[in-house]
Structures are given as C-alpha cells and as structure tokens.
Design a protein around this ligand. Structure first.
Ligand SMILES: [Zn+2]
Ligand SMILES: [Zn+2]
Length: 328
C-alpha cells in the first residue's frame, strides 16, 4: 500500500487525541476508539456497536467488512464487503470511494448482495453528479454461495444470512491446488507429462481463513462448512439479557440463547463477537456469556470492542423490577 498518510497500525486510534485537552477530557461522546486485536495470523481492526456503526477490517487480507461511517483506517482496504444496507453498516460507502480517489488510490471494489447492486449503483452515480467528481468504483453483486475471485488462490464467498433485510455473510478463502495422493512420489517430469495428456493430477483444497457474519439471527448459515471451519469467525451477538429475546426476534439478531445452541457446531480457532447492543454493554455481555459456557471456552472468544478489558458487570437482573414474560 503506497499511501503513507493512512494509518491502520495503531493499537488504539482515538479521535480524542486530536482534540484540545479541555475538549477531550470527560467528553466521551467526542471520542471514538477503534479496536485492533490479533487473531491467529491476522488482525481485526474495527468498531462495532449495534445500531450505531459497524466496520471490521482484516488488514492482512486487504478486506473490510461493512464500512460504518468510513473511519480513516478503512480506506486502506481495496475491497469492501457490504453485508446489508442498514445505515450503521453502509453510511460511509460514498466517502470511502471518494476519499480513495482523492488520495490517488486505486478504485475500491465493493461487494454487495445481488439485489442491492442496482440501488447502490444508482446511489453512487448520484454522488458523482452531486460531488462533480468522477469517482471510479467496481461494484460486484453476489448471490448466496457465489464467489468473487480476488486471485487464483484467494476467493470471497457470499453466504446467505438471516436478517430483516437482504443480507450476506462473507468467507475469505485460500484456494490451494494439491497433488492427489495417488500421484505423490512420482517424479516431476513424469507428472508434467501426465498433465500434458490431460490427466487431472491435482485437486482443489479450500481453506476458509476469515468468515464474517454481519447482522443475522440463528439459521442454516451456521451449518455452512465455511462458517464452522473458518480459522476466524466474526459474528454478531447483539442481545444477552433474558428480556431482550423479543428484541432479537423482531430485529432478526442473535441472542445469547441462540449462540449457546450454535457454539457446539463451531470448530473455529478464534471467534470474534461484534455488534453488541449498548443496552447490554461489553462487561455485562462477557459476564453473561462466561456464566453460561465457563472460563475455558471463553479462551478463544474475543469481544471486538473489549479494548479496555471491561470489568464484569455482574448480575443486575436481581436489582431491577421483575422481568416481563417475553412473547415467545
Ligand atoms: Zn446492524
Ligand atoms: Zn441490520
């Protein structure tokens, strides 16, 4: 990446750092902090709060999932995969493209659910006219299980997720050509000869590296092998409290109870939880999850926004009014 003035490598990037101390102090609403956490061979950089903003970048793979309000670090990703068109996930799209153009970077590639391809294209054309700048972009619409080939050895597969509006998840997959076991040990020139004769000596091996599920509730997507076997799984888990079950149902989001059902199917090395409701908060979300699955299983589960290592918030259901029965 040739652009030097875009920095995505800071441990924490705080807008408050650029404000005079008198302004930054105690005015948390002026401060937006971004997370950067290591997961296996990758990093996840981003910000995700339900209903507010979601943007999650994997710098090593040059991909950003959703764009939020297009924070500065997101500009460094050449590819943006949009999960769905709720404003907290897509607001900064035109800005991302325009800024990259302005800064002399190559046009961004935007992957969207097929049904959104036309309306988003209209929107971006409209912006060209409004801004009077011929901002270039590459827009790709995918249907579930279709993929976009970034390189011969790297594809992005779209997965059907289950939200209130058209939505996709995405899996970043390393594709390897492997020699079939029956041909192992055969000398190179002989293999080349066989190849020339049209013998299929190789097979295709797909290794899902990072899978992102934007807004979704429980459903078949969690049975998809890319989701279950991805080295890193980024998933929403919006609601935790018993009396938020109805909210999860109406908004088509995951509730802790869903996640407990899903967890035994997952073989991921690392799971990163995003899109937590402010109604719950990180400390309490962590506490409620740990309470149900135990400390050992928490080891490979990260909360993206836990960059302050939030303290457990404990049981508060005992101090409030009795919980209303949910309609479920
Ligand atoms: Zn959302
Ligand atoms: Zn949504």
């Amino acid at each position: 990446m040739a652009v030097k003035n875009v920095r995505a490598s800071m441990e924490l990037i705080a807008l408050g750092d650029y404000l005079p101390p008198s302004m930054a102090e105690g005015k948390s609403f002026l401060v937006q902090r971004f997370a950067r956490i290591p997961v296996g061979q990758f990093h996840v950089v981003g910000y995700s709060v339900a209903g507010e903003e979601t943007v999650v970048q994997v710098p090593e793979l040059n991909v950003c999932f959703d764009i939020g309000r297009s924070p500065h670090f997101a500009l460094t990703s050449d590819i943006v995969c949009i999960s769905h068109a709720h404003m907290d996930h897509i607001a900064g799209l035109a800005y991302y493209l325009s800024q990259r153009h302005f800064q002399g970077m190559k046009p961004g590639t935007i992957i969207v659910p097929r049904e959104l391809e036309r309306p988003i294209d209209n929107l971006l054309r409209c912006w060209r006219e409004v801004e009077r700048q011929g901002t270039p972009y590459k827009l790709i619409g995918l249907s579930p299980n279709q993929h976009y080939e970034v390189r011969k050895d790297f594809i992005i597969r779209a997965l059907a997720t289950h939200h209130r509006v058209t939505s996709l998840g995405y899996s970043l997959i390393n594709v390897r050509e492997k020699l079939k076991p029956e041909y192992q040990g055969i000398p190179g020139p002989e293999l080349a000869e066989m190849r020339k004769k049209g013998v299929e000596i190789q097979y295709r091996l797909e290794v899902p590296l990072v899978t992102y599920l934007g807004d979704t509730t429980i459903g078949p997507v969690f049975d998809h092998p890319d989701v279950q076997n991805s080295q890193v799984l980024l998933t929403e888990l919006t609601f935790y409290d018993e009396d938020h079950r109805q909210r999860a149902k109406v908004g088509r989001h995951l509730h802790l109870e869903h996640f407990l059902e899903i967890l035994p199917k997952l073989n991921n090395q690392e799971i990163v939880i995003i899109h937590i409701s402010r109604r719950t908060g990180i400390g309490r979300a962590k506490y409620l999850l740990r309470k149900r699955i135990g400390e050992a299983k928490m080891k490979n589960i990260h909360f993206l926004m836990d960059f302050e290592n939030a303290a457990d918030a404990g049981d508060v259901e005992n101090v409030g009014p009795p919980l209303a029965d949910s309609a479920e």
